[in-house]
Design a protein around this ligand. Structure first.
Ligand SMILES: *[C@@H]1O[C@H](CO)[C@@H](O)[C@H](O)[C@H]1NC(C)=O
Ligand SMILES: *[C@@H]1O[C@H](CO)[C@@H](O)[C@H](O)[C@H]1NC(C)=O
Length: 243
């Protein structure tokens, strides 16, 4: 009896004092996902800004200059631009979940045991992980240094998904952006601005061309020209603050 109590106490204190590494739990996962998602949000905003710019530039292409007054044109452009803004908000609401799923649900997921083999020591509460931890945590598991170590791979995974989703959103008449936002705005314009009745096909064609050009430009999404080099370090520093 005495022996087994001693063994128990021994095992218990071993468990207490052998340093073990905690996993990134739900709150940490949320914060990590935000660290990435915030950057991709900035980049995708640029594409919606470009979409807006293209609408202003090319919506009336092929329509006689005197078909509408300047004020009328501005009203039409504004209706479409507002729909682009709504489409942007709708898209933005999806980025976080996509990033979260890519890191923590898609295989190989950044979850699970980081103690076998042992690579890094869990810092005390309130102390950050270090860049050497990021370097040393060289297999995929559920702690922030592992996510930090595999950041290039994580970015590739996220970007691939986001490009696919964004391209699908602007891909023709049955795409999300057209069907739910730009298309109804065009319908609105045609109902309220009778002078455009003869130009419905032209406007529709112009909008399709604009969406097509945005879709094509998306192959550059988050490439080395768009992703700011300092963002990697910003995200890493943030990652390493999570327990
Ligand atoms: C997550 O972020 C929130 C808000 O910035 C912060 O209050 C919280 O402490 C963070 N949680 C972790 C686990 O780092
Ligand atoms: C942890 O890192 C953050 C971000 O760089 C910094 O603001 C904070 O002071 C660091 N905390 C400690 C205890 O060093």
């Amino acid at each position: 009896m005495r022996f087994s109590i001693a063994a128990f106490v021994g095992a218990f204190s071993m468990a207490l004092f052998v340093p073990s590494v905690l996993a990134c739990e739900r709150e940490c996962q949320v914060n990590v996902s935000h660290a990435f998602a915030d950057k991709y949000q900035l980049l995708s905003d640029n594409y919606f800004t470009r979409l807006n710019f293209e609408v202003e530039k090319s919506l009336f292409y092929g329509i006689p200059a005197d078909a509408l007054t300047l004020t009328e044109k501005q009203a039409v452009t504004k209706t479409v631009a507002d729909s682009v803004l709504a489409a942007q908000t709708s898209w933005s609401n999806t980025i976080f979940q996509t990033v979260f799923d890519t890191i923590f649900k898609d295989e190989p997921k950044f979850k699970g045991d980081c103690n076998h083999p042992h690579r890094v020591n869990q810092p005390p509460r309130g102390v950050n992980w270090t860049m050497p931890d990021c370097h040393n945590m060289d297999y995929i598991c559920g702690n922030p240094p592992s996510i930090c170590h595999f950041m290039p791979m994580i970015k590739t995974r996220i970007v691939k998904k986001l490009i696919g989703q964004l391209q699908a959103r602007v891909d023709g008449d049955d795409s999300e952006v057209y069907l739910n936002f730009v298309g109804p705005a065009l319908q609105d314009v045609l109902t309220t601005q009778v002078k455009l009745a003869n130009y419905a096909a032209t406007l529709h064609g112009n909008l399709n061309q604009i969406l097509e050009s945005i879709k094509a430009s998306l192959i550059n999404f988050a490439n080395e020209n768009e992703w700011k080099p300092e963002w990697d370090m910003e995200i890493k520093i943030l990652l390493l603050t999570f327990p």
